[in-house]
Each structure stands twice: as structure tokens, then as C-alpha cells.
Design a protein around this ligand. Structure first.
Ligand SMILES: Nc1nc2c(ncn2[C@@H]2O[C@H](COP(=O)(O)OP(=O)(O)OP(=O)(O)O)[C@@H](O)[C@H]2O)c(=O)[nH]1
Ligand SMILES: [Mg+2]
Length: 228
């Protein structure tokens, strides 16, 4: 069992134009990617229960830098700028595509990718490209079909099944869930998935702490401990 993290403790660390300006490549990082306006920043705010942590906007292209947030030491969440926004000048698009590609391919501590897409327009070309990219790099992927509140319950379920069926062809570790920042749909599933991705880092820290105290780490988490 993984220790559930308290995502409410998440705080802002830094904004960077590219990986050279990010802090050390250590710990575990999980990135939120997706088309512009898909709801990445809103999802981060909902998961962390903090309205203004990541900046959101009705206008696509709000997030223009790699924004880093820390849940707890060594466990970071990344809000990436959106892709596929037609109004962005070509030169900027190319620059950002390069920075995004570099981030995904070179950032060693990146251990999971959340790809968000509007439930009404899922799996556009660039979304599929992101997923292929992740699979190639052996990164597990969580696809969130966002703004699920915009569809009636029946249509929503049908859409989920359809996307799950068509995603079997990806072949990698790809999980698909419904999500709504507005209604909290899928919130628990996302947090539990993040817990499993952050798990090894927390375990590593416990092992280190035990070694420093001259103890042997047995895999027993703090919550398993009875009062001794
Ligand atoms: N109805 C509904 N609207 C949402 C939901 N999530 C986000 N939105 C709206 O969608 C718009 C874009 O949300 P953002 O979170 O800023 O999207 P983003 O993916 O971070 O966008 P960029 O930073 O431009 O890439 C905002 O107007 C949000 O209020 C949701 O779950 N339901
Ligand atoms: Mg954003």
C-alpha cells in the first residue's frame, strides 16, 4: 500500500522557460500536459484544493512557462504550457515544442505523465503524439477526460468506454479516467495514481532515514506501526 500524500500542502517552487532553468533533476516529478485550455491548471488547483495555485484562464495559452510545485520533499508536480493553440506565433510554437520535447526526453526524474483532454474532443493528433512519446520513454500515462461535467452521465460513460477501447492500441501503461475540476469527478482516482507514482521516492527517503539511524528499513510505513 502506498502512503496517501496530502496534496493540500503543495506549494509553488518556480517557473522556468526550459529544463536548464529547472531545479536539480532529483526526486520524482509528474507532469500535466495537454492542449491549451484542456484544464491542466484547473486540475492542479482542484487536486491540491487551492484555488489560485496554478493560474487558469478562459483564454487559451495562459500557462507559458514550466511551473513547478512541491507536494512534499522530492515529490513535485509540473504544470506545462498547453500545445496546439492556433493563435500562438509559429516561432514561439517551435520554440515551445523544442522545450517540451527536451523536458519529456531528458528529465530523468519525470516518472509519470498526466495527459488532459476535453472529453468532447479527445485524442487529437498532438495528444496521441504525447502518449506515443511517453510510451517510447517507458513513462506511465494517466489520461484525464476533463470537463466531464459538460456531458450527461450516460454520454460521459459511453465516451469513456470509447476512448478506453481505442487506446488499447497504444500498448503501453495508459490508464484513462473521467475528470471534472468543477464537480470533483475522478479526483480520488487521480490522487491515488499520483500516490503510486510518488511511492518509490517516499520509500527511498524512509530507507535513507533508517540507514542514518543505523536501522534496517523493513517496508513498514508509519501508519502500519502500532504503539510501541
Ligand atoms: N466546466 C468546466 N470547465 C473547466 C473545467 N476545468 C477547466 N475548465 C475551464 O476551462 C478553461 C481553461 O482552464 P485552464 O485550467 O486554464 O486550462 P489549461 O489547460 O491550464 O490552459 P493553458 O494554460 O492555456 O494550456 C477555464 O475557463 C476553466 O474554468 C471543468 O472541469 N469543468
Ligand atoms: Mg494552464
Amino acid at each position: 500500500m502506498n502512503q496517501p500524500l496530502n496534496y493540500r500542502n503543495t506549494g509553488f517552487i518556480t517557473s522556468a522557460p526550459d529544463i536548464r532553468h529547472l531545479p536539480q533533476d532529483t526526486g520524482v516529478e509528474i507532469a500535466f500536459a495537454g492542449r491549451s485550455n484542456a484544464g491542466k491548471s484547473s486540475a492542479l488547483n482542484r487536486i491540491t484544493d487551492q484555488k489560485g495555485l496554478a493560474r487558469t484562464s478562459k483564454t487559451p495559452g495562459r500557462t507559458q512557462l514550466i511551473n513547478m510545485f512541491e507536494v512534499t520533499q522530492g515529490c513535485n508536480l509540473i504544470d506545462l504550457p498547453g500545445y496546439g493553440f492556433a493563435q500562438v506565433p509559429l516561432e514561439l510554437k517551435i520554440k515551445w515544442q523544442k522545450a517540451l520535447g527536451e523536458y519529456l526526453q531528458k528529465r530523468e526524474c519525470l516518472k509519470g505523465l498526466v495527459v488532459l483532454m476535453d472529453i468532447r474532443h479527445p485524442m487529437k493528433d498532438l495528444d496521441q503524439q504525447m502518449i506515443f512519446w511517453a510510451i517510447e520513454s517507458r513513462l506511465p500515462v494517466l489520461v484525464l477526460l476533463t470537463k466531464a461535467d459538460k456531458m450527461k452521465s450516460g454520454a460521459r460513460k459511453a465516451q469513456l468506454l470509447k476512448v478506453r477501447e481505442s487506446s488499447k492500441s497504444f500498448g503501453g501503461d495508459v490508464q484513462i479516467e473521467l475528470f471534472s475540476s468543477l464537480k470533483g469527478i475522478g479526483l480520488d482516482q487521480v490522487r491515488r495514481k499520483l500516490d503510486t507514482w510518488f511511492g518509490p521516492e517516499l520509500e527511498r527517503q524512509l530507507m535513507l532515514a533508517a540507514a542514518e539511524n543505523g536501522e534496517t528499513y523493513t517496508g513498514e510505513t508509519l501508519s502500519d506501526k502500532s504503539d510501541d
